[in-house]
Design a protein around this ligand. Structure first.
Ligand code: PLP
Length: 405
């Protein structure tokens, strides 16, 4: 049935499996087989599947009120915005439904900010290999020609700079007068968990201050505890002007948020932006429960300790493989880079009851739920080790076969 023709547009390269239910870090298929989820719905289900507090909050809210629209005050939205501002040091929030939409809001803020400064055609610096979404503006901001191909004409107003390269950014700053903002991921997720050198965000802050630009951080993947901080920017003493969030904020209930402070917080005036669903009572109640659970259960400390354990154990087993290049990690955001193509690995891992993701062809990306225990981390390592061994042996066999006369 899974392979029969589908009325769903074929935009995704899906694995041949579907799930019926989940609990914690585990997912089950209809045959009752259990899978350790080291993807979390691409960094979404930080609290794992069917988290009792989130389920209770959603059920309770759904039984009273799902949606009223932004024509009226939404109390759950006010409460969530207050908590997000308290945690992040930002001033106010625009609510959307996804990461791309949160970034669209950030891009609109930057353009309005530029316009208010008298810059007619403002430009935003974005990075090589970045990922910001699939809407037309965020696609143009994304640093992947493959993702953009066929969707031209692209939205104008972006200047590309190499990620992690402060000198290159300074050069761009000195050669143009139309730049108004930098949009950047604190760690590049889709590009393969690329972690810039310490001091990068502080250097960006300094440049933004010097040239009057907004520092806009895309924390759609890194935010809400993933790196062991509520926001990845907390690793450096930096306060951005704009922060975008989505993914883990709702633990599976779609919600996006664009947080701002200072001039950025007041760039969008009445009627200048909106969303029918953005910040509805259901999504905001789910998100508020996610935040309070992370704080009340000290999950940030847990992420640091279980993440360190996982990275240490993975390094030990990966050292066995000739093609292993390096492990990059912060908290529970891990990338294992190999010298060769690993794109077959998710299929192999599936056979061993493990869900993983491979990005940029050669990087195994692990984004397990933040509630992962040490025992579950050890199981993850065992299953991944077995899967890499199979990929490795298959590669050795096929290369031997191709060398036979
Ligand atoms: N920004 C980053 C850093 C992301 O990783 C993603 C998705 O992977 C997005 C934006 C887009 O988010 P969404 O798919 O919710 O639109």
């Amino acid at each position: 049935m899974i392979n029969s023709p589908s009325p769903v547009m074929e935009t995704y390269n899906r694995l041949p499996i579907s799930f019926t239910h989940g609990e914690g870090v585990w997912l089950w298929n209809r045959d009752g087989e259990r899978f350790l989820d080291a993807v979390s719905g691409i960094a979404v289900c930080g609290l794992g599947h069917a988290h009792p507090a989130v389920t209770r909050a959603i059920c309770d809210q759904a039984s009273r009120l799902l949606h009223t629209s932004n024509l009226y005050r939404i109390d759950a939205q006010q409460t969530l915005a207050e908590e997000l501002c308290r945690l992040s040091g930002m001033e106010n929030v625009f609510f959307a439904n996804s990461g791309a939409e949160a970034n669209e809001a950030a891009i609109k803020i930057a353009r309005r900010y530029g316009n208010l400064l008298g810059i007619k055609s403002p430009a935003i610096v974005v990075m090589e290999n970045s990922f910001h979404g699939r809407t037309l503006a965020t696609l143009a901001a994304t640093g992947s020609r493959k993702a953009q191909a066929g969707f031209e004409p692209l939205v104008q107003g972006f200047v590309r700079s190499p990620y992690g390269d402060v000198e290159a950014l300074l050069k761009a700053a000195e050669s143009r007068s139309d730049i108004v903002a930098v949009l950047v991921e604190p760690i590049q997720g889709e590009a393969g968990v690329i972690i810039p050198k310490p001091g990068y965000l502080s250097a960006l802050r300094e440049i933004c201050d010097r040239f009057g630009w907004l520092l806009m951080l895309d924390e759609v993947q890194t935010g809400i505890g993933r790196t062991g901080h509520m926001f990845a920017f907390e690793a450096e003493a930096v306060t951005p002007d704009v922060v975008t969030l989505a993914k883990a904020l709702g633990n599976g209930v779609p919600i996006g948020a664009c947080l701002a402070r200072g001039q950025a917080a007041h760039a969008l005036g009445l009627g200048s932006h909106g969303s029918t669903f953005g910040g509805n009572p259901l999504a905001c109640t789910a998100a508020a429960t996610v935040l309070s659970t992370i704080v009340d259960q000290n999950l940030l400390e847990h992420v640091v300790s279980v993440g360190t354990h996982l990275a240490t154990e993975l390094k030990k087993v990966c050292a066995d493989f000739a093609g292993f290049h390096e492990l990059r990690s912060r908290g529970l955001m891990l990338g294992l880079e190999f010298a060769h193509d690993c794109s077959e690995l998710p299929r192999i891992a599936l056979k061993h009851g493990l869900l993983i993701n491979v990005t940029s062809t050669r990087v195994i990306r692990l984004l397990p739920p933040l509630i992962l225990t040490e025992e579950e981390a050890d199981l993850l390592v065992q299953k991944l080790h077995k899967s890499i061994r199979i990929l490795h042996d298959t590669r050795v066999k096929s290369s031997e076969a191709s060398q036979k006369p």
